[in-house]
Design a protein around this ligand. Structure first.
Ligand SMILES: Nc1ncnc2c1ncn2[C@@H]1O[C@H](COP(=O)(O)OP(=O)(O)OP(=O)(O)O)[C@@H](O)[C@H]1O
Ligand SMILES: [Mg+2]
Length: 270
């Protein structure tokens, strides 16, 4: 792995909900930039995520969401820039990335010291997969494999959970179940969460705060104060309209398409 100068903070004890005002954020990024060749992808980006806060990140394809997430994960070097994250962090990607030659519990326990089978079993129980712990990855459904990937993240007791479109390849029903699962895991363990998604409704349903990444920076922010579980009422729709506007979507056309059943998912151009 590339050497990274990312600063990590000794992890605080778990918190039960969003961090109290004034507490040190779990994530702090200041004036961050990232270029690939001549192309500047992230440009003086600032970001704070409170301990225990659930943040969703929207942005067009190629806007730099994965680049930002990889930096926070320590998979991409931050150089000597001002990036602070908790030491304990875990990532779930769009594809589950399970090793096909290891059974599920060994995938979950990969790289952990100690009595790893029982820890893997506990995490798999939390995602409803303990009955498949000896199964091979190839025998799991897409949703089960993503639940195994969540268990692999969970077993590391992350204070920061990074999710890069983890539900994008799942069918609509499985995706809704995964939303419920992620929320219940978040409530139980209270990590800070950064969820990258192309689905505006998913972002509003899950997050405390939704951010839009554009031209290398956080260009818009919506705090979601609606009680969970979130119904698609007037408040929800107003936030959706504003976010779609920030994303450059023709809102009237998107809503007409929805009304005619053209798309159950309001996703913006990619
Ligand atoms: N290792 C790399 N080398 C060169 N260019 C890269 C590299 N990684 C990313 N890029 C470029 O940086 C830009 C941002 O990529 P990134 O994967 O962060 O976008 P994204 O917002 O996650 O897009 P998507 O929604 O399609 O996943 C893209 O133009 C991409 O081609
Ligand atoms: Mg991406």
């Amino acid at each position: 792995m590339a050497k990274t100068a990312i600063r990590t903070r000794t992890d605080p004890s778990p918190v039960s909900s969003a961090a109290p005002a004034g507490a040190a954020p779990a994530v702090r990024v200041r004036d961050f930039h990232r270029r690939f060749g001549d192309v500047t992808v992230l440009d003086r980006l600032n970001l704070d995520i409170a301990q225990g806060e659930f943040v969703a990140l929207l942005g067009r394809s190629g806007s730099g969401k994965t680049t930002l997430l990889r930096t926070l994960a320590g998979l991409d070097s931050a150089g000597d820039q001002d990036v602070t994250v908790p030491t304990a962090r875990a990532v779930v990607f769009q594809e589950p990335r399970l090793l096909p030659w290891k059974n599920i519990w060994r995938n979950v326990a990969l790289g952990l010291p100690g009595d790893v089978r029982s820890r893997a079993e506990a995490a798999l129980t939390e995602v409803g997969l303990s009955h498949r712990m000896d199964a091979w990855p190839a025998t799991l459904s897409g949703g089960e494999a993503q639940r195994a990937a969540l268990a692999r993240a969970l077993v590391r007791e992350p204070r920061l959970l990074l999710l890069d479109e983890p539900f994008a390849s799942l069918d609509a029903l499985t995706r809704i179940k995964m939303h419920g699962l992620v929320l219940s895991l978040w409530r139980a363990h209270a990590p800070a969460v950064l969820l990258v998604t192309h689905d505006v409704d998913e972002a509003i349903s899950l997050a405390d705060r939704v951010l839009v990444l554009e031209k290398g920076r956080i260009a818009a922010e919506e705090r979601i104060d609606l009680p969970r579980p979130r119904e698609v009422g007037a408040g929800f729709q107003a936030i959706r309209r504003r976010l779609l506007g920030h994303l450059g979507v023709d809102v009237a056309h998107a809503e007409a398409s929805r009304a005619t059943g053209e798309s159950a998912l309001i996703a913006f151009p990619q």
